[in-house]
Design a protein around this ligand. Structure first.
Ligand SMILES: Nc1nc2c(ncn2[C@@H]2O[C@H](COP(=O)(O)OP(=O)(O)OP(=O)(O)O)[C@@H](O)[C@H]2O)c(=O)[nH]1
Ligand SMILES: [Mg+2]
Length: 424
């Protein structure tokens, strides 16, 4: 079972991280106890894959997580809600801090935070014990996109870390045209960051706030869904995916994700989920529920998952107790017949005793993601052609031609996905 280090960056990353860790603390609560005692018993325990013995916690479990933000409000909330050693919290913990909002400012700040707080040294401490690194960010603002880009470049340059499997959970900005995006420069930030992540991450699991918002509104019948209401829903999906590594009998998380991204050409994965906890009951047979997970309102990216456009689909079924493999195979077959992916597999994920949900997450590697990415490209290109906001990046050391090169590089990535074909 792979050991993982989680890194949360920026406001959104931190907020999703809080929901995620609260959730997994709860799932492992009964077994966690005092890690000193557990170590002295010499027991093999899956908890060690995600938690470790925090130095300042007298043997109590500490999430194996590094949280970085320059906005003290997010960090204060994190420290209030989660048991985490201060040493693993980087950035600004108190006082006034702002929203940088620009990729280049965030990127430069990566170096500044590292000089002060030795981010890379802290990562290296974990290098001997982890196989993979999870990064949780949104791309609309400056920290997630900019510090995230800086960090993933540094990971790949670092002797001790460069071979780690990097899983990015990424919230895309909503299209500016939708009038649901609060950051006017988000298309630039997303393009610059996606250039680095598509080069250096091993897999990029995408989320769209818009898709989640409409889903929660429709299913939960709620008029005003606030942006922070989306974080538990995103954390739920991440928790289901990582439960592959957190409970015995689960398939190997890193293998599952590697199989979802057989080609360097498309490392983007679209998650869909059924049920939304608290919003709907998981009724019906497993094949029916698995098919439900692929209904539009359960697909968490604004992307049409259509038959014939799919490279790989991976169906994750999570429950406590025994699995009825025949039924899961039947569900996999129904999905295969309906969506005709080039490859399809199912994965089993364990849960704590008494876990009373049976969760389904489908991870889809679809060539249609090119259309969603193209929306981001077109918006960034339109801004650039009108010379809008370019000075905001020039101020921090980018040249006009750097921006143009970034746009061209992103366009190439999108065009390659459009060429299709699972093979290289
Ligand atoms: N899912 C989710 N999205 C959010 C949340 N808050 C902001 N966003 C979206 O994330 C983007 C803004 O990113 P933030 O996380 O606020 O920015 P940051 O990474 O802290 O960077 P700065 O701009 O430097 O503050 C926009 O696209 C917002 O729509 C949140 O709580 N949950
Ligand atoms: Mg912020």
């Amino acid at each position: 079972m792979p050991d993982l280090l989680t890194i949360t960056l920026g406001h959104t990353g931190t907020m999703i991280g809080i929901e995620y860790w609260k959730r997994i603390f709860k799932e492992h609560e009964r077994k966690l106890g005092n890690l000193n005692e557990w170590e002295s018993r010499g027991e093999e325990d899956v908890n060690i894959h995600f938690f470790w013995k925090g130095d300042e916690r007298e043997g109590k479990a500490c999430p194996r997580c590094i949280a970085i933000d320059l906005d003290p409000r997010s960090i204060e909330t994190l420290l209030r809600e989660i048991q985490i050693d201060e040493e693993y919290v980087k950035g600004r913990r108190s006082g006034i801090g702002g929203r940088g909002r620009r990729w280049k400012k965030g990127y430069n700040n990566g170096e500044v935070i590292n000089d002060k707080e030795d981010v890379m040294g802290t990562l290296e401490v974990f290098s001997g014990e982890v196989d993979g690194i999870i990064i949780i960010i949104s791309l609309g603002g400056g920290i997630g996109s900019g510090v995230g880009s800086w960090l993933i470049e540094k990971i790949r340059e670092n002797e001790k870390l460069k071979d780690k499997y990097v899983i990015a959970f990424v919230v895309l900005p909503a299209p500016i045209e939708s009038k649901r995006e609060s950051v006017a420069v988000s298309p630039y930030n997303a393009v610059f960051a996606l250039n680095r992540f598509s080069k250096y991450a091993d897999v990029i699991v995408l989320f769209d706030n818009q898709a989640l918002q409409s889903a929660i509104r429709r299913i939960g019948n709620r008029a005003g869904v606030r942006i922070e209401d989306l974080n538990p829903a995103i954390a739920n999906v991440i928790a289901i995916i990582t439960s592959l590594s957190r409970f015995p009998r689960g398939h190997d998380l890193l293998n599952v994700l590697t199989n979802c991204t057989p080609s360097e050409r498309c490392k983007f994965v679209i998650p869909s989920v059924f049920p939304f906890p608290g919003l709907e009951d998981a009724k019906g047979t497993l094949p029916e529920r698995a098919m439900n997970a692929l209904n539009k309102e359960h697909v968490l990216v604004d992307c049409d998952i259509k038959s014939g456009d799919i490279g790989v689909m991976s169906l994750i079924v999570r429950k406590s107790g025994d699995f009825e493999v025949d039924v899961i195979e039947a569900a996999t077959q129904s999905i295969g017949e309906e969506f005709e992916p080039e490859m399809i597999a199912y994965e089993l994920a364990g849960a704590p005793d008494g876990y009373n949900s049976e969760d389904i997450v489908v991870l889809t590697n679809s060539y249609n993601i090119a259309e969603r990415l193209n929306i981001i490209y077109n918006e960034a290109k339109k801004l650039f052609d009108r010379n809008r906001y370019v000075h905001l990046y020039v101020r921090y050391g980018m040249r006009r031609e750097d921006i143009e090169n970034e746009l061209n590089e992103f366009k190439e990535t999108v065009d390659k996905i459009n060429e299709r074909g699972v093979g290289e």
